[in-house]
Design a binder for this molecule. Structure first.
Ligand code: ADP
Ligand code: MG
Length: 261
């Protein structure tokens, strides 16, 4: 088993304030992590580190065996797929779904010869079909619904066949049907032995897809709990992370939580 991500004593300070503090994290290639916590807990910052977009203020971050600060992040980034609202904002509204997925591939191969074009085309077709986007391939990004946009961003993130897939709130703001559809797709993807290590961020336990193996709960930049999901997603840990006394239910691998009065 190979370690894809390793954080040791990681801290991030911004404007003199600790945003992450003392984070230890180890992600194996077979792991599917969910990172949970309230708004402002530091979840997106954690993914910014894991995607080599940011360096820690203290401690060490290693990704695919390369320590940030001692490696060229431009060599590392093609091996990491990241889907987030921030990434979505960078996609031109006029770009077609096919092109936005394809261009992720060009970033890796960095060449435009015929042979690579064909491989990329075939890969794009596979990925578009896998994320139920085949019929939307010629639509422009700007005309997609929120749910379709989320799928398109994930398709773009997996296009390069990354070794680490990072998803920042992949189902936030979706209507119930779209959310359930996306969670189902994520579960199917996560179940594949060919899927990379996955870490997804959410602030709702209802948005945890079936099949996630590990969880980290963050509160104010610190890990309240981290480890195998069954031991970590508990009413006590959730209550501590969210600062509310919560009752937790689990059924068929899905979770739901509500305040306990
Ligand atoms: N560059 C920055 N300067 C100052 N504060 C920041 C900066 N980036 C993030 N923060 C703050 O750090 C905290 C954690 O942010 P973030 O990682 O985005 O949290 P989450 O994704 O869990 O909502 C927030 O309070 C946010 O306002
Ligand atoms: Mg965030």
């Amino acid at each position: 088993m190979a370690e894809v991500v390793k954080f040791q004593g990681v801290g991030v300070v911004r404007s003199g304030r600790p945003i992450l503090d003392g984070i230890d994290w180890s992600v194996d290639e077979r792991d599917r992590w969910v990172v949970l916590g309230p708004n402002g807990a530091g979840k997106s910052t954690l993914l910014a580190l894991a995607s080599a977009q940011m360096h820690p203020t203290s401690g060490t971050v290693s990704i695919l065996g390369e320590q940030l600060g001692r490696t060229n992040v431009f060599d590392l980034r093609p091996s990491i797929g990241l889907a987030s609202t921030a990434m979505a904002r960078r996609i031109p509204e006029a770009e077609t779904v096919r092109d936005m997925v394809l261009t992720a591939g060009y970033a890796v191969t960095g060449r435009w010869n015929e042979e690579y074009d064909e491989i990329d085309d075939a890969q794009a077709d596979t990925v578009l079909a896998e994320w139920q986007l085949a019929e939307l391939a010629d639509r422009t990004f700007g005309t997609l619904s929120d749910g379709e946009r989320k799928r398109a961003m994930i398709a773009r993130a997996v296009m390069t066949d990354p070794e680490l897939l990072l998803l920042d709130e992949p189902s936030a703001s979706l209507d119930l049907g779209s959310r359930e559809g996306l969670l189902r797709s994520l579960s199917a993807y996560a179940a594949s032995e060919f899927a990379p290590a996955i870490a997804m961020v959410t602030h709702h336990v209802e948005e945890i897809p079936v099949g996630m193996t590990h969880a980290m709960l963050l509160r104010e930049g610190r890990a309240v709990a981290a480890g195998p999901i069954a031991e970590t997603i508990t009413a006590a840990n959730l209550s501590e992370a969210f600062g509310v006394r919560l009752a937790l239910e689990q059924r068929d691998g899905r979770y739901s939580a509500r305040a306990e009065y």
